[in-house]
Design a protein around this ligand. Sequence first.
Ligand code: CU
Length: 175
Amino acid sequence: MPTLQPNERSQTFFRPSKYAAPMNRLGFLLSVMLFAGCTPGGLPAAGGGSSAATVTIDVNLTNHGSLAPTPGGQGLGYAPIVATVAVGTTIRFTNSDGFLHTATSLGSATTFPSGNPFSPSQLTQSGTTLSGGWSSGDLPAGSSSQSLLADKPGTYLYGCVHHYFASMRAAIVVH
Ligand SMILES: [Cu+2]
């Protein structure tokens, strides 16, 4: 009649982890290597490389307070005031200012509307693609928005819900 001896039981327990450990380590190393290989360089690759880039737009009314031309009219408060990126680029907004801002899509507008184009619901974050309608929602000082995919070529106007009438407006051109 076979009985499990204490040493056999402990082997049963220890063998899986003994073999699993090197596998986990290998898997970890592989994912680190893959991640490093895909880390974006900040700007789209000039040679038409396939790696996706991330572009960060600085949101700051204090530091970027001078009017500058955009495809939609004069704007300020974002840098670059016109971000030109390739399809597939990921866009993020970072508020480096000391108070709240938003970066909020103006939809299909081709010039900055003269009236208030925004609604209170746009103080809440929404959207994941530039062509799909989006808002960072309220971005407290020092915070970053969601990632937005530049999914289709076009000119995308946006502005700050709080400071739209102070000309806090800008554009992203995707090609
Ligand atoms: Cu603002």
